[in-house]
Design a protein around this ligand. Structure first.
Ligand SMILES: Cc1ncc(C[n+]2csc(CCOP(=O)(O)OP(=O)(O)O)c2C)c(N)n1
Length: 327
């Protein structure tokens, strides 16, 4: 029997931080304060929160285009996060990455990625580095069900299995790939791919943070002990459109209406209410999260945009003898 690795109260606060941050980004984007495209992960927060409950700063993750939750759950600070997504020089990548390229190597966040599937081999490279350095660190590749059709996933599954990499593949299956239902464009299932590449596979309810946290604790524990690569498929729900501004007229009305029934925050709140947490407790957490987000947004708003003079900086990383494997 597995147990939840952190108190459910902490999981709830992380879920709320991601939800309220993205809701704030939604309105900032509508006001023209966020450059580029914004893909929100509202409804999917339980996956990164549950996975991160078993991750350490020395573990690494690679993300996709819907990566705000992955970054925040891994520990990126709200100040650097908001400044980055709002394109300010005080951002974690000096405002030059934006929503789809948030990275913070100091906490093992290798980066979000706008190319479907492209984060997967980056996570595998990092897993290889962990293995070569003889650590018990692990690497996580987050990807959506749309990536099942990408050759790069198949190739990485092959090499990760062959080399028994310390790596967890986490598929956030929300049933959609942009504007197409995944079942209309995928001949194979992830379970079938796992079997083909001889990798242990589990599928869970990705909207229940405790279920995700328990599954992650079990699988990550196995990987740290040398069991090699594992796959976890999380069934989840994309509440917003593919990107902000997408009217979702390709989704049936009853699907749209039913989306909130499986809300991960509501799920987690019910668990806490059953455990005795009262309305005052929920209001205090809500206020704490709101204050932190207000502070981060105010700082970002006051900060300057990046100076184009320095656009070329940090494009290449010089090789450093003896550098740690993810720095
Ligand atoms: C290689 C590549 N092909 C196509 C696209 C266009 N594209 C952007 S997101 C997306 C769908 C991704 O679906 P999924 O991976 O399930 O993630 P979700 O948006 O559902 O979270 C596509 C096809 C792209 N960015 N990269």
């Amino acid at each position: 029997m597995s147990i939840c690795p952190v108190p459910v109260e902490h999981l709830y606060e992380s879920l709320l931080t991601i939800r309220r941050s993205e809701e704030r980004l939604k309105s900032l984007f509508a006001d023209g304060e966020v450059p580029g495209f914004v893909h929100l992960s509202i409804g999917q927060e339980a996956v990164p929160v549950g996975i991160s409950a078993s991750l350490r700063p020395s573990d690494t993750i690679a993300s996709n285009h819907r990566g705000h939750g992955h970054a925040l759950a891994k520990g990126i600070g709200l100040d650097g996060f908001f400044a980055e997504v709002m394109g300010r020089s005080t951002g974690i990548c000096k405002g030059r990455g934006g929503s789809m390229h948030v990275a913070d190597l100091s906490i093992g966040m290798l980066g979000a990625n706008g190319i479907v599937g492209a984060g997967i081999p980056i996570a595998a490279g990092s897993a290889l580095a962990h293995k070569v350095a003889n650590t018990d660190h692990i690497s996580v590749a987050y990807f959506g069900d749309g990536a099942l059709a990408e050759g790069v996933l198949h190739e990485t599954l092959n090499i990760a299995s062959l080399w028994s990499l310390p790596m967890l593949f986490v598929c956030e299956n929300n049933g959609w790939s942009e504007f197409s239902p995944t079942k209309r464009q995928m001949a194979a299932s992830l379970e079938g791919l796992a079997a083909a590449f001889n990798i242990p596979y589990s599928k869970i309810d990705g909207n229940d943070v405790v279920i995700v946290a328990e599954a992650a604790a079990r699988l990550i524990g196995k990987i740290r002990q040398g069991a090699g690569v594992q796959i976890l498929e999380c069934e989840t729900t994309r509440v917003r459109g593919h990107f902000e501004g997408d009217k979702q007229d390709y989704r049936e009305a009853d699907e749209l209406q039913g989306l909130n029934k499986r809300d991960p925050i509501l799920n987690c709140r019910l668990r806490l209410e059953e455990a005795g947490r009262d309305e005052t407790w929920f209001q205090e957490i809500e206020q704490k999260v709101a204050d932190l987000i207000d502070g981060a947004v105010n700082q970002a708003t006051a900060a300057s945009e990046p100076d184009p003079m320095f656009l070329g900086e940090d494009v290449y990383t010089p090789f450093q003898e003896g550098a740690p494997n993810h720095a």
